[in-house]
Design a protein around this ligand. Structure first.
Ligand code: SF4
Length: 437
C-alpha cells in the first residue's frame, strides 16, 4: 500500500504544498482570473461542440502549411503510424519531449518492440525512464523521488559515480547526457498542448527548453495530439497561455512556448507529421455530462489540492492520468464497464479540485455521474438499486431476504475487507409498530 510508504508521503507532501503555494500566489495577482476561467470554459465547450468541423479545419490548415495529418482511432493505429514513419527514415532512436498522450498509448514500448529507442528529454521523464518506473504526477512525473534517489539512479544508469545530490549537479549531468542525443537525433516526437484549427499551428508549453530542442533540431518531427486539444482560433491562446502556467507550475509565464505551423524552408524540421488520436475520446464526447472531462488542459492543479492524491500518490490510480482528472477521464477513455470503474470512488468529493480548475470542470459532479454510470453496470449495485426501489423490497433486504444482499455474494471487494453484520430480526418500522403500537 502506497499510504504505508513514509518516504513517498513526505515527497508528495513537500512537492504538492510547494506548487500549491506558488500557484495561489500568482493566481491572486490576476484581477480577472475568474473571467479568464469563464472564458477558458466557454472556449473548450464551444470546441467540443463542433469538434468534427474544427478537426477537419485543422487538417486542412496543417496540410496547406506543408505538414501531413494522420488519423488514429486507437493506440495500435497511432503506434503503427509513428513506428512506420521512424523506420521509414532508418532511425533507430527518437528524442521525445514529455507527452502524456504518448504515455497513454505506450509509444516507447511499441517503438522498443520494433528496435527503436525513445529517449525522454524532460528531466523528470528521464529519471522515470532510467529507473524503469512510471510517472506519478502530470506535471512532475518523478514527484515520488527525492534527490538522493535520483542521484542513485543517475550513478547506476549513466555510470556517473561520485555524483552528489546537489540539484544543479544532477541537472548538469542530465544536460550533458541529453545534448548528445539531441544532436544525433533524426526524428523528434512531441505531444501538443494545443492545436489551432484556424491556422494549423501546434504548440508545446514547457520549462526546460528540451521541447524546443526536440521540435526544432531533428529533420523530422512527429506530434501526437489527442483530438480534444483543438482550439478554434489563434486568439484563444491569449486565454490559455495565462491559465496554464499559473495553474500548473505556478509561474506567470512558462519559460518556453514553442509554436509551429507546418514546415518552413531552412527553419526547423523539413518534415512534420501530426497524428490525431481518438483512443476513446469520441466515446467520452458521447456522454453529455462526462464530456466535460475533455476540457482538461492537464495543468495538474487538481492533483496538488486533492487530499486523496497527496496521500496515495499517482501510481495508486493505475493510469497515466492520476488524481481527480484521472478519476473522471480514465474510466471514460477505457470504457464503462472496464478496468478503471473504481476510480470515480477515489475521492472524498470535497470539491477542492473544482475550485482550482482553470477551465471550471465540475469534477465532483462528474464523479457522482460516473458513479451512477458504473453502478448501472455493476451487478451488486444494480441489485441494491432494485431492492431500494420499493418499500417491501427494501424491508426484505434489511432482513437479509434478498439473495446476495444477506451473504455479500456479488459485493466483491467490499466484503473482503469488511464484516457484513448479521441481519436484524425486524425492520425499524416493525420495531416501531411493536413497541409504539
Ligand atoms: S481537471 Fe482542471 S485542474 Fe485538473 S488537470 Fe485538468 S484542467 Fe487542470
Amino acid at each position: 500500500m502506497k499510504v504505508g510508504d513514509p518516504q513517498l508521503r513526505r515527497n508528495l507532501r513537500a512537492a504538492t504544498r510547494g506548487i500549491r503555494q506558488k500557484r495561489n500566489a500568482v493566481v491572486a495577482e490576476v484581477e480577472d482570473w475568474e473571467e479568464l476561467r469563464v472564458a477558458g470554459e466557454a472556449i473548450k465547450r464551444d470546441a467540443m461542440g463542433r469538434l468534427d468541423v474544427l478537426l477537419e479545419q485543422l487538417e486542412d490548415a496543417v496540410t496547406r502549411a506543408g505538414g501531413k495529418v494522420h488519423w488514429a482511432r486507437d493506440a495500435v493505429e497511432a503506434n503503427a503510424v509513428i513506428g512506420d514513419l521512424v523506420a521509414g527514415h532508418d532511425a533507430r532512436e527518437v528524442v521525445k519531449v514529455k507527452s502524456l498522450t504518448t504515455d497513454e498509448i505506450e509509444l516507447n514500448q511499441a517503438l522498443e518492440r520494433r528496435g527503436i529507442t525513445a529517449i525522454e528529454t524532460d528531466l523528470a521523464e528521464l529519471i522515470v525512464q532510467l529507473s524503469d518506473d512510471w510517472p506519478s504526477h502530470i506535471l512532475v512525473p518523478a514527484i515520488h523521488r527525492n534527490r538522493s534517489e535520483i542521484r542513485d539512479v543517475f550513478a547506476r544508469e549513466l555510470g556517473l559515480e561520485g555524483l552528489s545530490d546537489d540539484p544543479e549537479e544532477l541537472t548538469d549531468a542530465a544536460r550533458r547526457h541529453l545534448r548528445q542525443a539531441f544532436l544525433r537525433a533524426r526524428v523528434g516526437v512531441s505531444g501538443a498542448n494545443f492545436g489551432i484549427a484556424e491556422t494549423g499551428t501546434v504548440g508545446v508549453v514547457e520549462s526546460e527548453g528540451n521541447g524546443r530542442m526536440c521540435t526544432t533540431l531533428p529533420p523530422v518531427l512527429i506530434t501526437v495530439m489527442g483530438i480534444e486539444k483543438v482550439l478554434p482560433a489563434w486568439r484563444d491562446l491569449e486565454v490559455f497561455l495565462q491559465l496554464l502556467p499559473r495553474s500548473s507550475t505556478g509561474e506567470r509565464m512558462n519559460p518556453y512556448t514553442s509554436l509551429w505551423t507546418g514546415v518552413s524552408e531552412d527553419d526547423g524540421p523539413g518534415e512534420f507529421h501530426l497524428v490525431l488520436l481518438d483512443n476513446g475520446r469520441t466515446r467520452v464526447l458521447a456522454d453529455e455530462v462526462g464530456r466535460d472531462a475533455l476540457h482538461c488542459i492537464r495543468c495538474s492543479a487538481c492533483l496538488n489540492v486533492c487530499p486523496v492524491y497527496e496521500r496515495v500518490g499517482g501510481h495508486a490510480y493505475g493510469s497515466i492520468y492520476p488524481g481527480p482528472i484521472g478519476a473522471i477521464l480514465t474510466p471514460q477513455l477505457r470504457g464503462i464497464p472496464g478496468d478503471a470503474d473504481e476510480l470515480p470512488w477515489a475521492s472524498s468529493l470535497c470539491g477542492a479540485c473544482a475550485d482550482v480548475c482553470p477551465v471550471k470542470i465540475d469534477i465532483p459532479r462528474l464523479l457522482v455521474h460516473l458513479r451512477s454510470r458504473v453502478g448501472g453496470s455493476d451487478p451488486a449495485l444494480r441489485l441494491m438499486g432494485w431492492a431500494m426501489a420499493g418499500r417491501r423490497r427494501f424491508e426484505a433486504a434489511q432482513l437479509g431476504r434478498v439473495p446476495g444482499m444477506r451473504t455479500g455474494i456479488g459485493m466483491g471487494a467490499w466484503t473482503k475487507g469488511r464484516d457484513l453484520p448479521p441481519p436484524p430480526r425486524e425492520t425499524f418500522r416493525q420495531w416501531w409498530r411493536r413497541t409504539r403500537g
